[in-house]
Design a protein around this ligand. Structure first.
Ligand code: F0G
Length: 469
């Protein structure tokens, strides 16, 4: 199977366009290069430590950076801020049940709140958690609960140049080998993410989730989904998997979820809101445990750390997120940026994923060893050059192995240009592409960075660096 042509090519001269118009704007300012230099030094060459006011185009993340619709803002005005039993919770619960198909819903303040509950409930110390590539917070919660993460994604996912259409798929052979080696009783659950963030926003096929389900059934292992960008995953199934071209996104999403026992969700992505998350389960007993734990760590089981208005905005956002026109335009914008960079021969991860374009820092800075943080360097250069803020997704994000204390060396050394939903225009994409081109043209001058401060957990958020001269 090959990746189909981009939407522009498919339909000749007919383009996608956003199915909305802009009603309110937020001014942004552009600093001078000297000002950016000062800001970057103050931030220790870490884009997470920049002030947002000092950023021109902010592509750090698609998390919580979405623009709300007028309907969502209207929903915010009917927030029921009751401590217990808010009507907005019941609305949200009904929408999640209907759209994702799970029985029980536990609200949380964001995705990692749900990961925390899931890991506490599902993992016994020493058990393995096979997953389709790690995600930073997900793996840390697994480890803090005593679990051992084990990567079972297909090899192609680690190769930025492989054009496999479903690079997020699990390798059944790897999963089976782990089950044979440690025994099914030593596997806490199988952790499947759609799409796979760290692989470049790559999707999982329906075929693959069905096969993983069948293997899990054979060994009585639970299968849980990280549904954070599952709507984007559904788009790729509709586009690429035989038999799904005429199936609405909503139906694809529901079918996919039906093969899993539950899910955790960072609502800050697909749900088109700024904060919130949930944990969903079908099992009655596990649900009661989760509902009990949520009151310790998040808030009462009818708000879980969200305000009533947040839950209303989320309930409305979920419905908007599964409209086919919306998701086509969303992915269309990501592709527009990626195709432009690709046409200038700038190395990116292909196929272009759902939420971001990933620059391949290894190929851009072949002169830099991974210990000199090529992706961290590239993100810093990009900001310096143009005020565009991106994020490192390489050796800094990968952190250290908890057992040996050694740095992990991921094959992918990437910079993520992440697109907030409904926020930027095509002109912003053009400016971004030109900024990347300018940094790329300067690539031979890059000397790399050294880390001068390293936090113990999730170091990429707060680590500080200095340039190597
Ligand atoms: N799972 C995935 C796949 C994620 O991408 C994230 C967050 C989480 C779980 C955790 O959710 O942030 O709401 O606590 N990803 C953000 C990002 C931070 O920038 O990719 P959270």
């Amino acid at each position: 199977m090959t990746v189909p042509k981009t939407m522009g090519q498919q339909f000749g001269r007919r383009s996608w366009a956003e199915p909305w118009k802009i009603k309110m704007v937020e001014p942004i300012r552009v600093l001078t290069r000297e000002q950016r230099e000062t800001a970057l030094v103050e931030a220790g060459y870490n884009t997470f430590l920049l002030r947002s006011e000092d950023v021109h185009i902010d592509l750090l993340t698609d998390s919580g950076t979405n623009a709300l619709s007028d309907r969502q803002w209207a929903g915010i005005m009917i927030g029921d801020e009751a401590y217990a039993g808010s009507k907005n919770f019941y609305h949200l619960e009904a929408v999640i049940r209907e759209v994702y198909g799970y029985k029980h819903i536990v609200p949380t303040h964001q995705g990692r709140g749900a990961e925390h509950l899931a890991c506490k409930i599902l993992i016994q110390p020493g058990q393995y958690v096979p997953g389709n590539m790690y995600f930073t917070t997900t793996r840390l919660h697994q480890e803090l609960a005593g679990g051992i993460f084990h990567d079972v994604i297909i090899d192609e996912a680690h190769d930025p140049q492989s054009l496999d259409p479903f690079k997020g798929n699990m390798d059944l052979g790897k999963l089976n080998a782990l089950i044979q080696r440690v025994g099914a009783e030593n596997i806490a659950f199988v952790s499947l993410a759609g799409t796979v963030n760290m692989a470049g926003g790559q999707p999982v096929s329906m075929d693959n989730v069905k096969a993983v389900r069948a293997l899990c059934n054979q060994h009585r292992i639970r299968l849980f989904l990280d549904a954070t960008r599952m709507v984007e995953n559904a788009f790729f199934i509709q586009e690429r998997e035989p038999g799904y071209q005429e199936t609405p996104i909503a139906r694809i999403l529901q079918e996919f979820c039906s093969y899993t026992d539950g899910a955790w969700m960072s609502g800050k992505k697909d749900h088109l809101v700024n904060i919130g998350g949930w944990f969903a389960l079908n099992d009655e007993a596990l649900y009661h445990e989760a509902r009990n734990l949520v009151v310790i760590y998040e808030g009462l089981h009818t708000y879980g750390g969200m305000a009533g208005r947040d839950m209303e905005a989320m309930a409305i956002g979920i419905r908007e997120s599964i409209e086919d026109d919306y998701i086509h335009a969303r992915i269309g914008q990501v592709r527009y940026l990626g195709d432009l960079l690709d046409s200038w021969q700038i190395p990116i991860v292909k196929p272009i994923g759902g939420h971001a374009v990933f620059l391949d820092a290894r190929r851009i800075y072949p002169q830099l060893p991974q210990e000199h943080f090529p992706a961290q360097m590239l993100a810093a250069e990009l900001y310096l050059d143009s005020g565009v803020r991106a994020m490192e997704r390489g050796i800094v994000s990968a952190g250290r192995d908890p057992a040996s204390g050694e740095n992990r060396h991921p094959e992918l050394e990437l910079v993520r240009l992440t697109l907030p939903r409904r926020v930027y225009t095509q002109a912003h994409m053009d400016m971004t592409a030109e900024a990347v081109k300018a940094a790329f043209d300067n690539r031979e001058k890059a000397r790399g960075l050294r880390m001068v401060y390293e936090p113990k957990y999730l170091r990429f958020f707060q680590a500080r660096f200095e340039p190597i001269f």
